[in-house]
Design a protein around this ligand. Structure first.
Ligand code: CTP
Length: 400
């Protein structure tokens, strides 16, 4: 029997691309039913989808008597083998993230038991809005599969990220994408540690946590079970399975507790190398002195502490933030920290690294040629890093 696909279409200009997506699925032999929101009907007529699918199109929640013996939204949710929403507007994303069910499409989302493929499509500023980003993070934490929008020219004559992925890309993602990390447990550290001086002050660094969070998202998308240990981050960690920490010592403790249940560790956090020797329980007051001296002592190196605990099949990946001699320094860290691979970043470059959305990492390991991701989004860099780690994991554990 052919696979049954439910396609949700919401009101955005990319509706015209969904017509092509629908055609691709029908051509591949899938049975497709389409739910359109009333707004989607302003962009493309239901008749177009009806002609392509050969099925009636579902729009209104309370169409009395069409199929009197079924409760449509519950029936559709049970019928579908796969559920794709493309295009997914900021509005539908917000509604799904918060469990709102006020039309046929959202009412069908709630009883659907599997992850839904969601292809966001919106203006660049709507996509970048922190509320949308938070909602997307929530969707991914609920296990839904987000199909990253593309960057490029938009219908609103702006340029940037928010264009819905092309129909062929969505088709490949849903029907051809492998989940190479399924069944594996990935532990990620992200963000900066904060070393307290007194109750109001601390020493930290410029890490935003964006790279670590990209690793979390991608590991989930590749099928892994992911745990995050997060220090200070300027990006939200809501919705992920997260242990929040402040200092390097707390991060060490959290990671030590998790490591036995981990297959792949990705240590993306920027851990402070030093902490304050004498923490002041009370706020340090300003005095007449022109200078103040704060003595720092060395923090433990978390990776070095973990090295003796490492089990045979585990893969440990670290990062190397370097401003010069990238390869020499990265290889030194690879060896000294007992790592299987290390992703080196050139932090002297302004276009990649701290606080930016892009990165270019060079991956070193003991037995493979160095591999550069090229300058790509942090999500793409994270995906490549994880696939590299998966390959090493396969080698260690006797599977490909
Ligand atoms: N790291 C760690 N514990 C520390 C410091 C760093 O586990 N106390 C980890 C980082 O998470 C990263 C790797 O070690 O995966 C390299 O971090 P980096 O800051 O590049 O190097 P350092 O070891 O701190 O050395 P340096 O600052 O001299 O470059």
């Amino acid at each position: 029997m052919s696979k049954k696909i439910l396609l949700g279409v919401t009101g955005g200009i990319a509706c015209y691309k969904s017509v092509h997506l629908c055609r691709l699925m029908v051509k591949a032999g899938y049975e497709v039913k389409v739910i359109m929101t009333p707004a989607a009907c302003s962009f493309v007529t239901p008749l177009t989808f009806q002609a392509i699918t050969g099925n009636r199109i579902y729009i209104n929640e309370f169409d009395a008597g069409v199929e009197p013996d079924i409760i449509e939204h519950v029936w559709l949710a049970g019928w579908a083998d796969e559920f794709i929403i493309a295009p997914a507007t900021a509005n539908i994303i917000a509604k799904i993230a918060h469990g709102i069910a006020d039309d046929l499409l959202t009412s069908t989302v709630l009883p659907y038991k599997k992850p839904i493929f969601i292809a966001p499509s919106m203006n660049v500023d709507m996509y970048a809005n922190p509320v949308t980003q938070k909602n997307l993070a929530l969707l991914s934490s609920f296990g839904h599969d987000l199909i990253d929008p593309n960057t490029g020219e938009m219908a609103c004559r702006t340029e940037g990220k928010g264009r819905m992925a092309e129909p062929e890309e969505i088709f490949d993602y849903v029907f051809c994408k492998e989940k190479p990390l399924s069944g594996l447990k990935v532990l990620v550290t992200a963000g900066a540690t904060a070393e307290a001086i007194d109750p109001v002050r601390f020493i930290t660094n410029r890490s935003s946590g964006k790279m670590g969070l990209a690793v979390v998202r991608q590991a989930k998308a590749l099928g892994a079970e992911v745990r995050l240990v997060a220090g200070l981050t300027s990006v939200g960690t809501e919705g992920f399975d997260t242990v929040k920490v402040q200092s390097a010592l707390e991060m060490l403790d959290a990671v030590q507790k998790e490591i036995a249940q981990t297959d792949i560790l990705v240590m993306a956090a920027a851990v402070a190398d030093f902490r304050v020797a004498e923490y002041s329980e009370t706020k340090i007051k300003k005095t007449d002195e022109a200078e103040i001296t704060i003595r720092l002592v060395k923090n433990p190196d978390i990776l070095k502490e973990l090295a003796p605990l490492k089990k045979n099949g585990q893969v440990f990946a670290g990062f190397a933030a370097e401003s010069d001699n990238l390869e020499v320094n990265a290889r030194k860290k690879l060896a000294e920290k007992g790592l299987d691979m290390i992703a080196a970043n050139d932090i002297s470059r302004k276009d990649i690294g701290f606080e930016t959305d892009d990165n270019e990492i060079m991956i070193f390991s003991s037995d493979r040629e160095p591999f550069s991701t090229g300058k790509v989004s942090k999500d793409t860099a994270a995906e490549k890093l994880l696939l590299f780690a998966r390959e090493l994991y396969g080698k260690k554990n006797g599977s490909v």
